[in-house]
Write a protein that binds this ligand. Structure first.
Ligand code: MN
Length: 283
């Protein structure tokens, strides 16, 4: 498989964990929604509203959030601060998990979201990658960043930032300082917005190796913001989730729906319209 310029350095492919987390769909599940890369922040109210609308309208039996749902997660303690974005996120997720199973996998942006927040929100944290058995097939779920082997600098930074000492140091900062830091990083990243088509992509050889080792036929991931379904040969495939943005431009985002027929992509649903025949009726 070509990786573009042969001279470009690439990181070694990560090995599939020897004890791969495996999740079995419940027999009654008829539809699963998979979503990633909303990059939610206090600056993205329309995107947050669209997620809320979809989650309240979808008939899915389970929801999988596959990373970078949040642009940054400044710490689980932020959820107690009244009137904040984090408290709103907690209420939203709690409302969903009260009705159906909700799973959360970390992305590279929201990896600091911890067990206390997950537990409070009623969602189950999934390791990356994780295997899902559903509708008679094995699916491999990942955020995807670990497989972008051409992104050497990023992968090095990824390992550094996830050292326990770094997280502990961040958590020791006062909340107002973490909020200010997140604001600063958001402003900086807006200034240096690069074109996603120039980003490193998931390495197809590494994806195939993971799929074979996991005994799965399809890898589902986000991170690259390049929604597609790639045929990897030998019955293997790679399904890529889209990012969401309803705050700038015409709005984009999609949901990958898994059911007995396979995978298909839909636009996020709008909140269900009130039934005109319900209640008191109209004159
Ligand atoms: Mn990402």
């Amino acid at each position: 498989m070509s990786r573009g310029s042969a001279a470009r350095p690439v990181s070694p492919a990560p090995r599939l964990p020897s004890r791969l987390a495996t999740l079995r769909a419940e027999p009654g599940w008829r539809r699963i929604d998979l979503i990633s890369d909303l990059h939610l922040s206090p600056d993205m109210p329309a995107t947050l509203a669209r997620l809320r609308a979809h989650l309240s309208a979808t008939p899915a039996d389970a929801i999988f959030l596959l990373g970078d749902i949040f642009e940054a997660w400044i710490g689980d303690d932020a959820r107690w601060q009244a009137g904040t974005f984090e408290q709103f996120a907690l209420e939203l997720l709690r409302g969903v998990s009260a009705r159906k199973p909700l799973f959360f996998m970390h992305g590279n942006r929201d990896f600091a979201l911890g067990e206390p927040m997950a537990e409070d929100a009623g969602m189950r944290l999934l390791p990356d990658p994780a295997r899902l058995e559903a509708f008679g097939r094995g699916w491999l779920l990942s955020h995807g960043d670990q497989l972008c082997l051409g992104d050497v600098g990023y992968l090095r930074a990824r390992a550094a930032v996830r050292r326990p000492g770094v997280l502990a140091a961040l958590r020791a900062m006062p909340l107002f300082a973490r909020r200010a830091l997140a604001r600063h990083l958001r402003a900086k990243s807006r200034m240096h917005q690069s074109d996603p088509s120039t980003w490193a992509d998931v390495d197809d050889d590494a994806a195939r190796a993971w799929l074979r080792d996991a005994g799965c036929d399809t890898l589902i991931h986000g991170h690259t913001h390049r929604p597609a379904l790639h045929d990897l040969g030998d019955g293997l495939a790679r399904a890529v989730l889209s990012d969401w943005d309803y705050d700038h431009g015409p709005g984009r985002g999609d949901v990958l729906v898994m059911d007995a027929r396979g995978l298909h992509r839909i636009a996020p649903m709008h909140a269900a319209a009130p039934d005109p025949h319900a209640g008191g009726g109209s004159p």
